[in-house]
Design a protein. Structure first.
Length: 222
């Protein structure tokens, strides 16, 4: 039987990368692309502030085409939703029947996705939903997933964590109350190696800057 074709909502971070790994392991759907929102004014991933060149290198390492959804800056929620509707319609027109997400436990985020995909022709999938984040973080590290913290919310986590690798040492250093996977927005990552990639994405760390209340570690191609 032919497997349903799916897009994966791709933030460039470790949770999305692990969701890709889980989807491929289950073999229940055929992941045919990575869908990412980008900031068209700055040429960066909308959520993580990552350079588009690294995003493209990451998609190539994953062996999947990249579906970019360019967003204006600033971007209203109405503009975001309109462009996502267009992307979903394009996917359905190409015979894609599902959209997968790397969400872990935020019910309001999951409910929003369910609401917006209702009637779109795309079935929402949550391959790592409700995973215990402490165990999941350790499993990621043990499996060889390598990622770097590219964005930190200094209200929730010290700014000095920006630019650190997501590894066992970092997990041990996280203060109590900080989710090990950063699911509450404490930090965002860029995944650059692991079992979901054909080869590592070579990076080097640039400057650390504060912008719009967040601390970003700028990564560049090595």
């Amino acid at each position: 039987m032919t497997r349903p074709r799916a897009l994966l909502s791709w933030s460039s971070g470790k949770d999305a990368a692990w969701a890709l790994h889980a989807l491929r392991a289950s073999d229940e759907v055929d992941v045919v692309g990575l869908l990412t929102t980008t900031n068209e004014a700055f040429g960066r991933v909308a959520m993580h502030g990552l350079r588009e060149g690294l995003l493209e290198a990451q998609a190539e390492a994953a062996g999947l085409p990249l579906w970019k959804v360019p967003l204006p800056w600033p971007c209203s929620n109405e503009a975001y939703e309109a462009r996502m509707v267009e992307a979903c319609a394009r996917a359905v027109a190409q015979g894609i029947g599902a959209m997968a997400f790397g969400d872990l436990f935020l019910e309001d985020v999951r409910d929003y996705r369910l609401q917006k995909l209702a009637g779109s022709g795309l079935t929402p999938l949550f391959p790592i939903w409700n995973a215990d984040t402490a165990s999941l973080a350790r499993d990621m590290v043990a499996a060889g997933l390598k990622a770097t913290l590219v964005c930190v919310d200094p209200r929730l986590l010290e700014a000095s964590f920006a630019g650190r690798d997501f590894d066992a040492a970092l997990l041990a250093a996280l203060p109590p109350g900080v989710d090990p996977c950063g699911e509450r927005g404490e930090f965002h990552t860029f995944a650059w190696d692991g079992p979901m990639f054909r080869h590592p994405v070579p990076i080097r760390r640039g400057e650390v800057v504060e912008r719009d209340g967040f601390v970003y570690a700028d990564l560049v191609s090595a």
